[in-house]
Design a protein around this ligand. Structure first.
Ligand SMILES: NC(=O)c1ccc[n+]([C@@H]2O[C@H](COP(=O)([O-])OP(=O)(O)OC[C@H]3O[C@@H](n4cnc5c(N)ncnc54)[C@H](OP(=O)(O)O)[C@@H]3O)[C@@H](O)[C@H]2O)c1
Length: 432
């Protein structure tokens, strides 16, 4: 072996400790594969005296992570603190600017400041690797950046947030509402005590914007991702969707449409028979079609100490081997800035649930408004009859533009028998 690669880890939480454990357990195998020994020399976290369940005596402790970066015993800074700004951003930027490689699992940071950091990496001839930032153990960054390099890619989509997938699976299987399942997920540690980033779709949007840049060679554009979370999904909709042959999944979908890209995160109906519908519990999955490779589906664990550490270590081994790849697959100056399609221009199917007073003429009035807007109905479901009472009418609509559908719904919402705001979910027909 030529020499060793010296690592400094900032952040010793779930992922940081996972990395230490995997390296400890597999150091011989990993170093053999890397072609040199990978040595963690230095660590930093907030609370020095916290019992972390393993001894930190082999490592040099830094109270101040900024000092760790400058240590001559550190060649690679591994940032495992989290957050799009603050310490994480500062230490990554400083490390790159003084010519140290950076490995991070931080999707918020990469989504919000990835281009600026990539530029610093290029200027200083070092690597900025972030395999763990998207879908944990699934090596999707490597697949897009290296494996599919000979292909045009027009669409990449997937289940990018395990917490949301877990909640939706549990709602379906246990006939419970969102809030109840969320509380249980928090109790079991599947959801954070502040679950906003996950359930509001922001975490998935961070990952989607990274995937989109890698797939299409575009300048990363997190702010233009249109996002809806799962807070509004009701058990009733999961039941109706099932009756109609669909499951409900939170998907991130990025497409290249001529000179525009679209980046959407929303809960949507997918055929019960589609592979993506079979991705259950807290698993992630990503589907990508290359012009020559055809379709690839990657499924695996998107979070947790082991799966995330596995991805961090693959980034370290790449650096040890001397693998040099531009951060987003092409140099920053060659990333393209494309216009972004608005959700109003989406063309596709829809599921709509109206809550109305059951009285004669309801269906006729709704359908005539849809007809006037040239929106055509695929199916209608109304369970039971209770004249004078409130009932649900569920429709699926044939492919149409979102703005036409919204305009029809606005007119329908003014009808006097409509008692609640309608529920709308998009229908995605990936597999016919
Ligand atoms: N957890 C997962 O399954 C997972 C999966 C994929 C990606 N990620 C990403 O990986 C990163 C780390 O996540 P995590 O779950 O491991 O987080 P975590 O458990 O909350 O750990 C964060 C660590 O950062 C340390 N820290 C906080 N402020 C600091 C400061 N000013 N200086 C030095 N250290 C500081 C904390 O120190 P103390 O321990 O002393 O408080 C803690 O050790 C995040 O970007 C996250 O998005 C996580």
């Amino acid at each position: 072996m030529s020499s060793s690669l010296n690592i400094g880890i900032v952040g010793l939480g779930t992922v940081g400790l996972g990395v230490l454990k995997v390296l400890k357990e597999n150091i011989e195998l990993i170093s053999r594969r890397a072609g040199k020994s990978i040595d963690v020399t230095s660590v930093s976290a907030k609370r020095k005296n916290l019992d972390r369940g393993l001894s930190l005596t082999p490592y040099l402790w830094f109270d101040n992570p900024h000092e760790l970066i400058y240590s001559k015993n550190v060649d690679v800074v591994v940032e495992l603190v989290g957050g799009g700004d603050g310490v994480a951003r500062e230490i990554c930027a400083s490390a790159l600017s003084i010519g140290k490689h950076v490995v991070t699992a931080n999707k918020a940071l990469m989504a919000e400041h990835g281009v600026e950091l990539a530029m610093m990496a290029e200027e200083n001839h070092v690597q900025l690797n972030y395999e763990a930032a998207v879908a944990g153990a699934i090596p999707i960054v490597k697949v897009l950046r290296e494996g599919l390099v000979g292909n045009h890619i027009n669409r990449v989509y997937g289940i990018l947030n395990g917490t949301c997938n877990y909640i939706l699976t549990q709602m379906r299987d246990s006939n419970r509402q969102f809030q109840e399942v969320l509380a249980k997920a928090q109790e079991l540690g599947y959801a954070e005590s502040d679950p906003t980033l996950d359930v509001a779709g922001i975490d998935a949007a961070h990952k989607l914007s990274i995937l989109s840049s890698l797939a299409f060679g575009t300048r990363l554009s997190f702010r233009s991702v249109e996002v809806e979370g799962i807070n509004d999904v009701e058990f009733l909709d999961i039941q109706f969707a099932k009756e109609l042959g669909y499951g409900i999944k939170l998907l991130g979908i990025a497409s290249l449409n001529g000179n525009k890209i679209s980046q959407f995160v929303y809960p949507c109906l997918v055929s019960v028979n589609s592979p993506i519908n079979h991705v259950e519990e807290s698993f992630n999955a990503i589907v990508v079609s290359g012009s020559f490779s055809d379709e690839l589906i990657l499924e695996g664990k998107g979070a947790g100490a082991g799966p995330t550490a596995s991805a961090v270590i693959s980034d370290l081994v790449d650096i040890a081997r001397g693998t040099k790849v531009p951060t987003f697959g092409v140099n920053v100056e060659n990333l393209i800035g494309l216009d972004v399609d608005s959700i109003n221009d989406r063309f596709g199917g829809y599921y709509v649930r109206f809550t109305v007073v059951d009285q004669p003429g309801v269906l006729a009035e709704i359908t005539s408004i849809l007809r006037d807007k040239e929106v055509s109905i695929e199916t209608v479901v109304q369970r039971g009859r209770s004249p004078g009472e409130t009932v649900s009418i569920v429709m699926t609509l044939h492919d149409t533009y979102e703005h036409l559908m919204r305009s029809a719904l606005q007119d329908i919402s003014k009808l006097k028998f409509v008692v609640e705001k309608e529920k709308v979910f998009r229908v995605e027909k990936f597999f016919g």
